[in-house]
Write a protein that binds this ligand. Structure first.
Ligand code: C2E
Ligand code: CA
Ligand code: CA
Ligand code: CA
Length: 277
């Protein structure tokens, strides 16, 4: 029926329970969660495809709610944006990163990449540049290369995005298009923006080895990235077969449960010590 269509559209995906739950909450809980330290970060290693050594990690946020338990970021990030709280939440994220990044200097070489997700509500806010400056100043001097991950659908305000990306490059940051292939539209943006990395959405990676022997769309995405001089990162790599397939096609970096789930900083350090020792 029309109603069920609307409902399933509105609630789509497996996060609907959480989304509903979060929508009944007030934005105050986010501010309270920040003050009471309910948010924390986890790190997921990114490896180079040719030798599988770790070259960096992506930072992912978590909310351990006192009564609801763990609320996934897909739910609370959208909620924070809707409540106009993405700016304080991202500032808090930056502080959490600044606290933990120095612990990773022993296991990550100079120039290692730290992937940080930026929500569109923050990107387009007047505070953005100042927040970024402060974040940069809070990191160990020159050790890490920060890569801001931005989704395709967030680049709609084209003029603004072009100058913002130029500014980020001037400041020494790199930019990745996140979830490539899932956004509404816009291959055209790839030509207009200068972005360094293209993150291939895990939907494509999932299909490797299941649906068909070859994946023409994924092949085309990889070719496109190469033609545009972008470095490729495949997300959601869960099997050796996917690893091999992606490496054979020249995808530069890999990330996924096959290597490690996102983990707390201490576990990431253990993981790397075990691998290299
Ligand atoms: P994303 O940026 O695409 O992050 C990758 C997501 O894929 C993470 O989910 C990660 O746990 C999951 N993942 C990684 N490897 C695998 C795999 O092999 N298989 C499967 N099935 N999943 C894998 P997570 O942590 O739940 O984050 C979901 C989304 O929430 C992120 O998607 C990102 O868009 C957003 N997010 C997370 N942390 C932050 C943050 O600090 N700031 C902002 N703005 N957004 C965030
Ligand atoms: Ca990301
Ligand atoms: Ca992604
Ligand atoms: Ca995502």
């Amino acid at each position: 029926s029309a109603l069920s269509g609307i409902l399933s559209g509105a609630l789509g995906g497996c996060l609907c329970g959480y989304l509903l739950y979060v929508r009944q909450r007030s934005g105050k809980e986010i501010l309270q969660g920040i003050r009471r330290n309910q948010f924390y970060i986890v790190w997921q290693p990114v490896v180079e495809s040719k030798n599988l050594t770790m070259t960096g990690a992506e930072v992912l946020m978590r909310w351990e709610h006192p009564t609801a338990g763990a609320i996934p970021p897909d739910a609370f990030i959208n909620f924070a944006e809707a409540q106009q709280l993405i700016v304080p939440l991202t500032r808090h994220l930056f502080k959490l990163i600044a606290k933990e990044a120095p612990l990773l200097m022993d296991i990550l070489p100079q120039g290692a990449k730290l992937g940080v997700n930026i929500a569109p509500g923050h990107l387009h806010s007047p505070e953005f540049k100042e927040d970024i400056r402060q974040f940069a100043a809070s990191l160990p001097d020159g050790h890490f290369q920060v890569v801001f991950e931005i989704t395709e659908r967030d680049m709609i305000k084209e003029k603004e995005a072009v100058s913002l990306f130029a500014w980020l490059h001037q400041q020494g940051f790199e930019i990745a298009v996140d979830d490539f292939g899932t956004g509404h539209s816009a291959l055209i943006y790839l030509e207009r923006f200068t972005m360094d990395y293209l993150k291939i959405d895990r939907g494509f990676v999932n299909a490797i080895g299941t649906e068909t022997v070859t994946s023409p769309v994924l092949d085309a995405v990889i070719t496109l990235a190469r033609r545009l001089n972008m470095t490729t990162v495949a997300e959601g790599v869960e099997t050796w077969e996917q690893t091999k397939w992606l490496r054979d096609r020249g995808v530069n970096y890999l990330q996924g449960f096959f290597f490690s789930r996102p983990v707390r900083v201490a576990q990431l350090i253990d993981w790397q010590r075990q691998r290299s020792g």
